[in-house]
Design a binder for this molecule. Structure first.
Ligand SMILES: [Zn+2]
Length: 176
């Protein structure tokens, strides 16, 4: 890979992951220490934006937007949000959880140092063909689509266009 290591700082006790060239796509986040299932790894930080602004940015190709609640979204495409390097996987070792208005990436199982950290981006079926998945996981469906929608892909020819237009991450989940 031509892309060299960046943001690696294992000397810092707080360093939890390094951003390195990823076999899945571009750069990814790799664990620098062990995580237990349930550990909070990093907050997915970003700019709070309205739904109108969110739609504008989604249409502009921004794929880092999470739905926070009925009113607000979060745009994680910010230089000070290293969590944006977490890649999607169909067999992820982390999950995104909304907690008191903040999004956390949390280990869903025990993770060894060196493992790439991934979560399910939770995209709906809108334009899913534009979002190919290269995770190589055992259950990879070939596209970045929320787990509960993947079985619909085998019936894609009979699919009607989904009503929802939002491609926001977590867009299909209600706030707690
Ligand atoms: Zn996949």
């Amino acid at each position: 890979m031509a892309d060299g290591p960046i943001q690696v700082d294992p000397a810092t006790p707080t360093a939890r992951f390094a951003v390195l060239a990823s076999p899945i796509e571009g750069r990814g986040a790799f664990a620098l220490r062990r995580f237990e299932a349930g550990d909070r790894i990093v907050q997915y930080d970003g700019e709070r934006i309205s739904k109108t602004e969110s739609l504008r940015r989604c249409e502009g190709g921004n794929s880092f937007i999470f739905a926070l609640d009925a009113e607000w979204d979060l745009d994680g495409d910010q230089p000070d949000n290293p969590a944006r390097f977490f890649n999607h996987s169909c067999d992820p070792n982390c999950e995104a959880r909304l907690d008191k208005g903040a999004i956390w990436l949390i280990a869903r199982r025990n993770i060894r140092p060196g493992e790439e950290l991934t979560f399910d981006y939770g995209y709906d079926l809108t334009e899913y063909r534009q979002h190919r998945c290269h995770c190589g996981g055992p259950g990879c469906c070939g596209f970045i689509v929320a787990e509960h929608l993947r079985d619909q892909l085998s019936h894609e020819e009979s699919l009607t266009p989904p009503m929802a237009t939002s491609r926001s991450r977590l867009g299909d989940k209600s706030p707690p």
